[in-house]
Design a protein around this ligand. Structure first.
Ligand SMILES: [Zn+2]
Ligand SMILES: [Zn+2]
Length: 217
């Protein structure tokens, strides 16, 4: 969905900064955009169109990277002159910038939000952080419940599939070297963590692409 951000306050004062924007409440409510979510946002200005992934903080706010916010400011200011000339200042200005959210991608994982934050930051500072970062990862000890899957279910589902993905019907992308069998992944239609059964009926063999789509599509 799209929206046009306000560049002017109700008393005609121009916006002072161009880095922090906010997604209108109605849009957030309608589409379940909660705080902490990272969404794909494109901003469109006459000759500029940039897509990034931004984390939405309280009040629906998100920050554009510095480089872009100055681009936006420049573009807004250059359009302003035209707008003044046309003598329809407010109407024209409200149309010269549009944000578009693509909700096909909602990133809830904290880790992936951090990845996109890093992509949004400039390369120089990222490289500086990388230089200082410890080479060995830190570790966290966790206790968790895991499901002991039945190997017979996996075997039966793979054999039934005969090397073809059950969604796109394409052949497995490669043959596993270890045992010369086609590489497919067994997916539970109703997840085990949602109380799904570990049975042949609840499982399908998928190529890696279709499998990802099932989880993130
Ligand atoms: Zn497939
Ligand atoms: Zn799965």
């Amino acid at each position: 969905m799209k929206w046009e951000p306000k560049l002017y306050t109700s008393d005609g004062e121009r916006r002072k900064q161009f880095s922090t924007w906010s997604i209108p409440k109605t849009i957030r409510e309608e589409h379940g955009i909660s705080d902490g979510l990272t969404v794909k946002i494109t901003f469109i200005l006459s000759d500029l169109e940039v897509t990034g992934r931004y984390k939405v903080t309280s009040g629906g706010e998100f920050r554009l990277p510095k480089a872009y916010s100055s681009e936006v400011e420049k573009a807004v200011l250059s359009n302003e002159k035209k707008a003044v000339l046309s003598n329809e200042k407010k109407a024209v200005l409200s149309n010269n910038i549009v944000f578009k959210i693509d909700l096909s991608e909602k990133i809830e994982s904290d880790f992936m939000s951090q990845v996109y934050d890093s992509m949004n930051s400039n390369q120089k500072s990222r490289k500086a952080r990388l230089k200082k970062a410890p080479k060995k990862p830190t570790t966290t000890t966790r206790s968790y419940v895991s499901f002991n899957r039945n190997p017979d279910v996996v075997a039966e589902v793979l054999l039934k599939a005969k090397g073809f993905c059950e969604i796109c019907k394409k052949e497995a992308p490669f043959i596993k070297k270890s045992n010369n069998t086609p590489y497919l992944e067994v997916h539970h239609k109703q997840r085990l963590s949602d109380g799904g059964d570990d049975t042949v009926e609840n499982a399908i063999a998928l190529c890696p692409n279709c499998h990802r789509k099932q989880h993130y599509g």
